[in-house]
Design a protein around this ligand. Structure first.
Ligand code: NAD
Length: 347
């Protein structure tokens, strides 16, 4: 990264607030900032503490429902930086089925950004998604990679994608009208340890790893694949994601400017299944569920813009990232089978 792009006046004891920190990316971000030496981190999530994926030692944990305006004020009191990673979301199975729940996440961003502004926060980060892009451009599995301008004319994923697009606009208008610094990253499929791996909200990489672990355990010979497996995506490992959030948040040239945060390594779901099987050291017969939710045919991240501004792009390959993810999911699977808790406290 060119250092000139990193513009932060945040001191190590300034308050950083992370909304959605009981979830996958928010939890990883709390750990990332703690590892960087920040000593005043407040993690907020609506889930009760025992259900948080990671609880980072030394971090203040608050259980608050951030759709509520008053709770947002409590959450951001004294904050120098606010990161909004809170949303009701999941993989395709979730976002195609629970559109109202996805749309209602707009209440979180609407109330949180207003509270952050009123609290005098310096910078505000919003976690947008590749689902904000025009779905008409994603009907071909060999689609061209999506560049930032492809979000308009708008034709987002119903529910989840529209919520992201409108929340992006909120951020842009808080910058335009009120001069608040905002950062907007459009994540492309994030995966890694401490992500959701079962229960219906998990995404393809975690689901694939779990199915392989389960097949090994139960002697199942097939691997269920949603759709015909030709749908293609790019997948970003969590370490690239949290590093990218930090870089984007602290780059003034990206103020109020949506930017892709994903890898440009596009692979099919069939290829993803092959890698998961390799990680598990087993060969299974692919069984295609053609009626299952499968999302758009093809989607990749065009990283021309992020590279031009940050001189950086996510680069951890799916082969490397999935190996670590598989090992973690296998251990979670084994722990659960042995009746052990699967939530970890990270020192
Ligand atoms: P996650 O589900 O693991 O974490 C989201 C957290 O937000 C959960 O712990 C949930 O309890 C919390 N939350 C939901 N409603 C809340 C509320 N009203 N008040 C307080 N907390 C609330 O999801 P994640 O994968 O960590 O995603 C984080 C952000 O990144 C979300 O905005 C998501 O839309 C976005 N995103 C993620 C991906 C991905 O592949 N994981 C891709 C694109 C965008």
């Amino acid at each position: 990264m060119a250092d000139t792009q990193y513009s932060s006046t945040t001191k190590k004891d300034d308050l950083i607030v992370i909304a959605g920190a009981g979830g996958f990316i928010g939890g990883a971000l709390a750990r990332y900032f703690q590892n960087k030496g920040f000593t005043n981190i407040r993690a907020v999530d609506k889930k009760p503490l025992p259900l948080w994926y990671q609880r980072v030692e030394g971090v203040e944990n608050l259980c608050l429902d951030l759709t509520n305006e008053e709770y947002c004020k409590i959450a951001v009191r004294g904050a120098k930086e606010v990161y909004n990673l809170a949303a009701d979301m999941g993989g395709m199975g979730f976002i195609e089925r629970f559109r109202i729940m996805c749309l209602r996440s707009i209440l979180i961003n609407t109330n949180l950004i207003e509270a952050a502004y009123n609290a005098g926060a310096d910078r505000y980060f919003f976690s947008s998604s590749a689902c904000a892009y025009n779905v008409k451009l994603q009907e071909d599995p060999n689609c061209l990679a999506l560049k930032e301008s492809d979000a308009y004319p708008a034709f987002s994923e119903r529910g989840y994608g529209w919520e992201k697009l409108v929340s992006e606009m909120f951020c842009q208008e808080y910058t335009a009208e009120r001069g608040m610094k905002t950062a907007i990253a459009r994540f492309h499929n994030v995966y890694g340890p401490w992500g959701t791996w079962d229960g219906g909200r998990e995404k393809a990489p975690a689901a694939m790893c779990r199915k392989v672990a389960e097949a090994k355990d139960k002697g199942i010979c097939s691997l269920e694949i949603w759709g015909d497996g030709t749908q293609a995506r790019s997948f970003m490992y969590i370490d690239d994601c949290v590093l990218g959030i930090d870089k984007i948040m602290h780059c003034d040239a990206l103020n109020a400017t949506p930017v892709n945060l994903g890898t440009s390594e596009m692979i099919s779901i069939n290829a993803l299944a092959d890698i998961a099987m390799e990680c598990g050291g087993i060969k299974l017969e692919k069984k295609y569920l053609l009626d299952a939710p499968k999302g758009v045919a093809g989607r990749n991240s065009d990283n021309t813009f992020i590279k031009s501004v940050l001189n950086w792009e996510p680069s951890i390959t799916i082969a490397d990232g999935l190996k670590k993810t598989y090992a973690w999911i296998q251990s979670q699977y084994d722990d659960r089978k042995a009746g052990k808790s699967t939530v970890k406290d990270i020192a």
